[in-house]
Design a protein around this ligand. Sequence first.
Ligand code: TYR
Length: 319
Amino acid sequence: MDDTLDTITRDVLEVITPDELLEVMKKDEPVVYTGYEPSGKVHLGHAITIRKLRELQDAGFRVKILLADYHAYLNGKGSMERIREMADYNRKCFLALGLSPDRTEFVLGSSFQTQPEYTDLVYRMALITTLLRARRSMAQITRESEDHKVAEVIYPLMQVIDMVYLDVDVALGGMEQRKIHMLARENLPRLGFDAPVCIHTPLLHGTDGSEKMSSSKGNFIAVDDSPAEIREKVKGSYCPMGELEGNPIIEIVKYFIMPEYGRMTIRRPEKFGGDLELDLDELLNIYSSGDLHPLDLKNAVSDYLTDMLRPVRDYMEGV
Ligand code: TYR
């Protein structure tokens, strides 16, 4: 049990609350959910939460993935028709990332979000949620815009009611979901429902160094990118010498490569110090001291990433 808890909380920014999580884990088959706005490309940002879902699945959780088509629509991501096409492609990518097809339930938002009982609950949420709070909860989710739409405040209310509808014990998401999750924890009990436990994962910086890797910004590495694309994108990534904070290449090492391989071999010509073989701590140390050049690190990172994502490319080619 302790081991399981260690795995679940590894590389997680917060669990709200750990005691409640322990309680939930006593259930027969607790449910964890994550929702995604279907998008054109599934990228490493998505892969962080998918990896955590996989670990929770291994720990006995039932996984529900919400393909949040109406949410994408309310967030101005295009026509419902187009969004649904992307939902199907996203589902394939998520399975390609190793979730068990038998134990993962995919639910399309629009399959239940227009039901009268659902709508009734959204109205009830609307009555107890301040406009200010609803808007603030969207700060890191909505696109920047000058003329904010009402859709923006309907969005978080629906996300909260999704948790009731999908009967979730745990809501998992990136740190940008935090304010919506807190709204759920506060207001669901006021409507007579249990508040879910919330688990928040770190946000991956974009390849351009901006705060969030995002399909709409073109600063991502897709999980089904070709080896040439991976190389090109890693090479062009923001990776200042000696800097660990806000460095997407370092984050890729930390959240993907090291958990998978344990150690990394970095090839360097003799005159630049020769090959290195490092675990995570050693790599972080040497990089922050400035003795590992970004270019040498990037070459190794693109090799490892290419190798790590091979099963995803193979899967996507086969379906
Ligand atoms: N808000 C999530 C995002 O930013 C999408 C989502 C939508 C998650 C509905 C959960 C949910 O119930 O992508």
